[in-house]
Design a protein around this ligand. Structure first.
Ligand code: MN
Length: 283
C-alpha cells in the first residue's frame, strides 16, 4: 500500500498514477491534548487506519497523483536519524574531493555512528528544495529511508525489520563546510521524504533495492542498498541501543557516490525499486 499526505494535509492512497482521497480514515487518530504523545499519530495508529483506508477507497475522490502537492508522508517524527559514510564508494569520493572533506580525515560509519537532522528541515517532494548559503556548495544525497512503526529500544538485529512501518525515498541534502553535520544538514527543506510511504509488507528485502538520482535528466547517483556498510537491520539495532525509536521516526540509510552540487532551477528525479519515483524542483 502506498500512503501519502498531500495538499492541505489530506491522506491519499496511491494506485498507479491515481490518488484516492482517504482522509476520512484519519478519524481513527484519537484527538489529544497537550502534551501530545511522542511520535507521528498517523503511524502510531496505522493498524486502525489501514482497514479504514480500505473501507474508504471506493468512495474517495480520485485524481491524478501528479496534480497534487505531495508533502512528507510523515508529519511529526520525533527525530530524523541519518547514517554518515555508509557506502564505501562515497567514502572514497569524499576522501578525494577537498570540497567535500574540507581537510578532515574521512572515516566510515563504524567510527561516526549516527547523527540527527532537525525535524524542521523536513519537506515533501511537492514543496521543493529552497537553497540557502548559495556562496557554498549544496549537495544532494539520495538515500533509502525507513519509517519506524512502533516503539523500539534495544532491538535485536534479527527482529529489526519487524519495527518498520514502511519505506520512502529520502534526500539528505548537505551544505558543505567546516561546521558539524547536524547543522549543515538541517537547513529548511534539506530533508526530503516522499513521494509516499510504501508499507513494509511490499518490500521483502530492503537490502537489495536499486536506486538512482538524476539532475536535469543526467544520472548523478545510481546504486543499490546491497552496498550499505551498516545494512537496514544493523542501523535499527544500532540506533535503538542509543535512543528510543518512536512511530514515525525516520532513518535515512546513507548515500552512495555521485553526490554533487545543486543550483536553483535544477529538477531532481529520484527513484527507488518498488517504492517509485519523485520529482523535486530546486529554488
Ligand atoms: Mn547522507
Amino acid at each position: 500500500m502506498r500512503i501519502c499526505r498531500y495538499n492541505a494535509d489530506k491522506l491519499g492512497l496511491v494506485k498507479g498514477d491515481q490518488l484516492i482521497d482517504v482522509t476520512l480514515a484519519l478519524e481513527k487518530v484519537p484527538k489529544v491534548r497537550w502534551p501530545r504523545p511522542q511520535g507521528d499519530a498517523m503511524i502510531a495508529n496505522l493498524e486502525a487506519i489501514i482497514p479504514q483506508i480500505d473501507a474508504n477507497r471506493k468512495m474517495g475522490y480520485v485524481q491524478g497523483v501528479n496534480n497534487v502537492t505531495l508533502k512528507s508522508p510523515i508529519a511529526n517524527p520525533t527525530k530524523i536519524i541519518a547514517a554518515p559514510a555508509n557506502y564505501m564508494d562515497h567514502v572514497v569520493e569524499a576522501r578525494e574531493d577537498a570540497e567535500i572533506n574540507f581537510g578532515r580525515a574521512i572515516k566510515t560509519i563504524d567510527d561516526y555512528g549516527l547523527f540527527l537532522k532537525a525535524n524542521s528541515a523536513l519537506v515533501g517532494p511537492g514543496e521543493g528544495i529552497r537553497l540557502s548559503h548559495t556562496d557554498r556548495r549544496n549537495d544532494h544525497e539520495i538515500e533509502l529511508a525507513m519509517i519506524i512503526g512502533r516503539i523500539a529500544k534495544g532491538v535485536a538485529y534479527e527482529d529489526a525489520l519487524d519495527y518498520v512501518a514502511g519505506y520512502a525515498i529520502g534526500l539528505d541534502n548537505t551544505l558543505r563546510g567546516f561546521e558539524d553535520r547536524s547543522l549543515r544538514k538541517s537547513l529548511n527543506s534539506y530533508a526530503v521524504l516522499g513521494p509516499w510511504m510504501t508499507t513494509a509488507d511490499e518490500i521483502e528485502n530492503p537490502d537489495d533495492l536499486s536506486f538512482r538520482l538524476t539532475v536535469n535528466d543526467k544520472v548523478r547517483q545510481d546504486s543499490n542498498t546491497k552496498y550499505l556498510i551498516f545494512d537496514c537491520r544493523k542501523l535499527i539495532e544500532y540506533a535503538s541501543r542509543f535512543y528510543t525509536l518512536f512511530p514515525g521516526d525516520i532513518i535515512m540509510t546513507g548515500t552512495p557516490e555521485g553526490v554533487g552540487p545543486l543550483e536553483a532551477g535544477d529538477r531532481l528525479t529520484c527513484e527507488v525499486d518498488i517504492i517509485g519515483r519523485m520529482e523535486i524542483d530546486v529554488r
